[in-house]
Design a protein around this ligand. Sequence first.
Ligand code: GAP
Length: 517
Amino acid sequence: MAKITKLDDIVSLCKRRGFIFQSSEIYGGLASCYDYGPLGVELKNNVKKAWWKAIVQMRDDVVGLDCSILMHPMVWKSSGHADKFADLIAECKKCNTRTRVDHLKDRGQKTEDGGQKAEDRGQRAEERGLEVSAGHAEEHTEHIAIDAAMAKAQDLSNKVCPNCGAVGRFTEPMPFNLMFETRMGANVDDSMTMHLRPETAQGIFANFRNVLDTTRVKIPFGIAQIGKSFRNEVTTKAFIFRTREFEQAELEFFCEQGTDDQWFEHWKQARFDWYIGLGLKKDNLRFREHDADELAHYAKACVDVEYRFPFGSGDWQELEGIANRTDYDLRQHQRGIRTLNKWYENDRELTNIELAKEAEDYNKGPLSYFDDQKKQRYIPYVIEPSAGIDRSALAFLVDAYDEEEVRGETRNLLRFHPALAPVKVAVFPLVKKEGMPEIAKNIYNDLKKYFNCFYDEKGAVGRRYRRQDEAGTPFCITVDGQTKEDTTVTVRDRDSMDQVRVSTDQLLNYLREKLEI
Ligand code: GAP
C-alpha cells in the first residue's frame, strides 16, 4: 500500500507546487491530458536538455532533427501504423467500458505485492484516478498481426471489468487503432485524412535521404529527435505515465548489418547509464529482454529499460524501449514510394491499397546508403533507443521524492540531480530590512544570467527553505547581518541542510562547481 500512497503524494505535490496540472481543469478537466506548470516545464525541459546533450551534443556520430507532426498519409501505410497499430480490446457488456485485453485481471487474482483482489482493487484505484492495469503494463503490441493476436487472446470468462467489477461479461476481443485522425485542407474536394504521428521515429526515416545528402555523416551514425506524439490510448491513467499526448525522445542509429548486435549492446548500456547518471537509484532500474513471441515481426531484438514505478501492482514498468529494427523501416518506405501513384489513383485514401512489392535490387533504392570505401550500396540496419520524456520526468520525480522527520516536523523534498532541478539556486534576504533585500536582489540578478534562480523575501526563512526543498532546489543563499560586515552569505545544501559561508565574489564559482554547470 505504501507504494500506491507514494504516487498519490507525487500527484498532490505536483499540483500543489505547480509541476503538473490536469488539462482544461477549469472545465472539469480532460482525461489523460496534462499541463506542465512553472516548475514542471523547467523539469521537462531539463530532461530534454540532458537527453539532447548525451545523445547529440556529446557525440560526433549523431545529428538532430525536428520533423512536423503531420506527415504524408503514406508514411503510416509504409510504417505499418495505418493497418496494424492497434490494441486488442474487449467491451464490458454491463458498463460498456472498453479495456485492453492484456490489462484484464482474473477474478480473485491478487496483485503481485499482495494487494487487493482485482475486482476490489479496480474500483478503488478508479476512484483515486490511478492505474488499474495488470502487473506488467505492456506497451502496444506494435504492428501486431491482428489475426494471430486475436487467436492468442485468452479466454475472458474469468476476467474482471476494471470499471464495474463485472466478471466474464466481455465482447469478443477486437483491434482498436490508436492513431488520431484529422482532416487537412479547407476545401471538401481536396482535403484529406491525416494522422497525428504516433511516434517521432518515422519522421527520421522519411528524412534519411535528406540528412545523407546535406551532411557528411557516414555509417555508423544516428539521427535524433524529440517531439510530441499522439495515441488514442485505451487505458490511460497513472498520472503522466500513459497519456494520449506525450513527448518522445528517439534515436535511429544506422549501422551496417553485422555490426548491429554490437551497437545494440552499446546503446543498451549507454541508455541505462544515462538514467543512473541523472540520479535514478540503480535498485529501481533494470533491463527486460523481450521474449521471441513478444518481438515485433521485423525486430531482431528488443529490451526495455524498466523502472519500479509505485503503481499498478507495484511492478516494473517500461521507461524506454531499445530495439534492433533491422533494415525494415527504410525498406518499407521504399515500397511506399513505389505505391504513391496507386494512392493518388485511390482518391488519396489509404483504405483498399496495398504496398507495392519490393524492388529486386532494393539495396540500390532511393533510401540506400553508398559506402564509398567498399564501393557498395546497401540499406542500413537501425538500432532505436526510444524514450518517453513525460515518463522519464515521472520516474525522476518519483525517485527524487523523499520525506524525513526534522525536529518533529515532516520535511518533503525532491532530491533532484542538479541538471534536472527546475530552479538551481534560491536567494533570500534573512529579513526585509537593513539593506538585506537590496544585496540579495543584486546577487539574484547576477546569478540568473547563468542558471535558473528564484528570489523570495516573504515569510520566515525556515518556511522559505522548506518551499525550496519541495521544489527540489539544490541550494539556498541567505543574506544576513554578517553579509554587510564580511561580504559572505550562507549557502544551504538541500540534501544535508548543512550551511557554509561563502564570499560573494566566490559564489558563482562555488555554485558552478557544485551544480556541475
Ligand atoms: N518508435 C518506437 C516506439 O514508439 P514505444 O515503446 O511505443 O516505441 C517508446 O514508445 C516510449 O515512448 C515508451 O517506452 C514510453 O516511454 C513512451 N510512450 C509510449 N506511449 C506512451 C504514452 N501513451 N504516454 C506516455 N509515454 C508513452
